[in-house]
Design a binder for this molecule. Structure first.
Ligand SMILES: Cc1cc2nc3c(=O)[nH]c(=O)nc-3n(C[C@H](O)[C@H](O)[C@H](O)COP(=O)(O)O)c2cc1C
Length: 166
């Protein structure tokens, strides 16, 4: 893939909130997890683990924790990105946010959709997932094939965000 194709992948990616019920092949889930594994992290601490949820009942319980993510219930697979606060107290949120985006891009490259779930009752999600005290749910990502690509979301122009110091 050349740099233009990488940029195009990044531009094409959209948040998907409507999923087909079709299951996702295990090899593709593995590839998404592999993309996560190779993410960079502060001091290479890799303060994360992933819970792959295929169980319908657990997915439906997680839906009740996602404030703006009722669509989670329709995804055939949800991956919870769990940060270990103790392992990297200053950077666990940065590290696991990068992991999430890495997963989003890899999924998109395989025509699988996902969407960040930011607004969440994290205590409830932690209880459902039986997390340890030191763990934090950064996000849960629902994955599924999608019916159609949503129309482009807008982005601000570069000139509104870039300053160059020569
Ligand atoms: C940190 C973060 C939290 C988000 N939380 C939610 C959410 O709770 N529910 C939702 O439907 N979308 C959520 N999104 C998706 C954004 O709404 C979406 O990325 C944005 O509107 C741009 O659209 P695009 O991803 O299709 O380019 C979140 C995205 C990020 C990065």
């Amino acid at each position: 893939m050349n740099s233009k194709e990488v940029l195009q992948l990044m531009k094409d990616r959209r948040s998907i909130r409507k999923f087909k019920p079709d299951p996702i092949e295990d090899e593709k889930i593995e590839q998404i997890l592999e993309a996560a594994r190779w993410c960079q992290s502060a001091s290479n601490r890799q303060p994360w683990r992933f819970i792959v949820i295929k169980n319908k009942d657990t997915i439906s319980r997680l839906k009740s924790a996602a404030k703006f993510g009722g669509f989670v219930a329709d995804a055939p697979v949800v991956i919870a990105i769990i940060a270990d606060k103790k392992q990297s107290p200053n950077w666990y949120l940065h590290d696991t946010s990068m992991v999430a985006h890495q997963m989003c891009l890899m999924a998109w490259a395989m025509e699988i959709g996902t969407c960040w779930i930011g607004s969440m009752d994290r205590a409830k999600a932690a209880a459902i997932l039986e997390l340890k005290e030191t763990e934090h749910v950064t996000t849960i990502l629902p994955f599924g094939y999608f019916y159609s690509k949503p129309s482009s979301t807008l982005r601000n122009e570069l000139k509104t965000m870039v300053t160059t110091i020569e």
